[in-house]
Ligand binder design. Structure first.
Ligand code: TXA
Ligand code: MG
Length: 319
């Protein structure tokens, strides 16, 4: 990435504009996190409800200390272990963080992305950057610059870093004392966190009555045409079906459009290709409905099935 593109993007951030940029997970729609007017533009462009707080992206541990009051040793250990990387930590916010960023919550979600363009943008802008995924609220997450353009054609600037490496959003945890609660599954699993920091008690959230994190919404990440889970003996599928599979299958029916996320159920490949295959099916005018194979809910499969279940929920709320 040429330095002048980063400088242009940083100037736009400093002037209160919006820049879409790659991270290792998905593309983000960024604004200066300390400028409430700029942050308000994110909610407007995404058509995002104001109750859904944003993640603040940082490039140094000093920024962590500015955004949250006196991080504990455990917070620092957790951050040092997984940053830069796909882990968002929800912590008590300092007064410098505008309420619009956190939707009025007393906590703020913070992460240091593992992507040179993102880190360079934050360093050059000299401010933390608030950024949700760069899509319209509820739609498919973007894993390439063209996915961003499709949904947000009026964004001020896009830094094109090619396809993102991981392909699904960061793991989100909150940390209170030594209690760590998983709010959204991602590439970093509960077991990994537990194993690397034995002092922590790590919990998975159950469907609690309180909406602790809107990341727990049941419906999210949906394509603009019906999407269903592929049930075992469901063949033959209706005409004009798109089929998303995760391993080579010789049993394909004539007339089905098939896209593989992986040839051999490789979970890293499935995660990396999940949203781009859904975008491709969304863009294909021949495809009237999409069927997607489930994956086993273990390890990274938990996060992949979380996204798939939320994507199909809109069309099949009984699941
Ligand atoms: O990988 C990612 O996390 C991507 C990239 C761009 O960093 N970002 C992302 O942002 O997925 P977004 O806005 O699409 O999802 C962030 C989730 C939201 O569901 C939000 O509710 C939750 O994080 N969140 C943010 N701050 C929170 C807080 N203080 N407490 C609880 N949940 C929070
Ligand atoms: Mg999102």
């Amino acid at each position: 990435m040429e330095i002048d593109k980063i400088q242009t993007a940083a100037r736009i951030i400093n002037e209160g504009g919006l820049v879409a940029f790659p991270t290792e997970t998905v593309y983000g729609l960024g604004a200066n996190a300390l400028n409430p007017i700029a942050v308000a533009k994110i909610f407007a462009l995404k058509e995002r409800p104001s109750f859904d707080p944003l993640i603040v992206h940082i490039a140094s541990f000093d920024d962590l200390k500015i955004l949250t009051n006196q991080p504990t040793d455990l917070v620092l250990k957790l951050a040092e272990k997984f940053w830069p990387g796909p882990l968002t930590i929800v912590l008590p916010k300092s007064s410098i963080v505008p309420d619009i960023v956190t939707s009025g919550l007393p906590t703020v979600g913070i992460r240091m992305p593992d992507n040179e363009i993102a880190l360079n943008l934050i360093r050059t802008s000299k401010c933390p950057i608030a950024a949700p995924s760069a899509n319209k609220f509820g739609n498919l997450s973007p894993v390439s610059a063209s996915h961003v353009k499709k949904q947000l054609p009026h964004v001020d600037y896009i830094l094109d870093g090619g396809r993102t490496k991981i392909g699904i959003e960061s793991t989100i945890v909150s940390l209170e004392g030594n209690i760590c609660t998983l709010l959204r599954p991602g590439k970093i699993t509960i077991d990994e966190i537990n194993n690397s920091l034995p002092d922590l008690f790590v919990f998975r959230t159950h469907n609690s009555t309180a909406l602790i994190s809107p990341g727990l919404l049941k419906s999210h990440y949906s394509p603009n045409k019906p999407l269903y889970l592929l049930q075992n003996n469901q063949t033959p599928l209706p005409d004009h079906s798109g089929l998303i599979l995760h391993s080579k299958n010789d049993n394909i029916q004539h007339g089905e459009k098939v896209i593989y996320t992986s040839q051999n159920n490789n979970l890293l490949e499935i995660a990396a290709n999940l949203f781009s295959t859904l975008h491709a099916m969304e863009d294909d005018t021949q495809v009237k409905q999409i069927f997607i194979e489930p994956v086993i809910e273990e390890g990274l499969g938990i996060a992949i099935m979380d996204r798939i279940k939320k994507a199909v929920y809109k069309y099949n709320p009984s699941l």
